[in-house]
Design a protein. Structure first.
Lengths: 115, 114
């Protein structure tokens, strides 16, 4: 099935460093979402973006909805050990009927933070 | 406010068997979606249920079917299990349209087909 192109696939960083990951698509999305998944758990929503060009922060996390509506990025500042996990981008089309609610996910970025 | 709960947490089945996975949606949420997450991959949309009817489906064969009940809980049924069906199955619920963003995911059911 279709997936978004998410990069990098994995990152190994030192505590305190900043992290940046991005997601691109050949399709336009009306909503971009960033999730974090930890072992044995389902994805947990970090940030939701609803408008092209929107820049939204949630604590140390900042995400932007690309102007073309085909890309998004997530930045994590001053990383800490509990940031470890898999980060997924997801796009959603808002069309009513059958498209409503379908999320298309990226392959994930595995983040490892060394203390 | 209770979140999305899924059962069972783990399951081992033999190829060719049938399986039923269950999901209780978050309070106030009326739409349920199911996703399949293979190891090392992002979740893939299977289908969505709204008002007890399927109203969106991903690229999955008909042997994947579901139900939604009047209390908005849902089941995912998979017939004639194949080895490639081994995955984490995630359920997500969302509120009525216009009542804010939802997509609360459960912790999933880990299905292993041997």
């Amino acid at each position: 099935g279709q997936q978004l192109n998410q990069s990098p696939q994995s990152m190994f960083i030192q505590e305190g460093e900043d992290v940046s990951m991005n997601c691109t698509s050949s399709s336009i999305f009306n909503t971009w979402l960033w999730y974090k998944q930890e072992p044995g758990e389902g994805p947990v929503l970090l940030i939701a973006l609803y408008k092209a060009g929107e820049l939204t922060s949630n604590g140390r996390l900042t995400a932007q909805f690309g102007i073309t509506r085909k890309d998004s990025f997530l930045n994590i500042s001053a990383s800490i050990p509990s940031d470890v996990g898999i980060y997924f981008c997801a796009g959603r089309t808002n069309a009513g009927g059958t498209s409503y609610g379908k999320l298309t996910f990226g392959q994930g970025t595995i983040l490892t933070v060394h203390p | 406010e209770t979140g999305v709960t899924q059962s069972p947490t783990h399951l081992i089945k033999t190829r060719g068997q049938q399986v039923t996975l269950r999901c209780s949606s978050q309070s106030g949420h009326n739409t349920v979606s199911w996703y399949q997450q293979a190891l090392g991959q992002g979740p893939q949309f299977i289908f969505q249920y709204y008002r007890e009817e399927e109203n969106g489906r991903g690229n999955f064969p008909p042997r994947f079917s579901g139900l939604q009940f009047p209390n908005y809980s849902s089941e995912l049924n998979v017939n004639a299990l194949e080895l490639d069906d081994s995955a984490l199955y995630l359920c997500a619920s969302s509120p009525p349209q216009g009542q804010g963003y939802g997509y609360t995911f459960g912790s999933g059911t880990r299905l292993t087909v041997v």
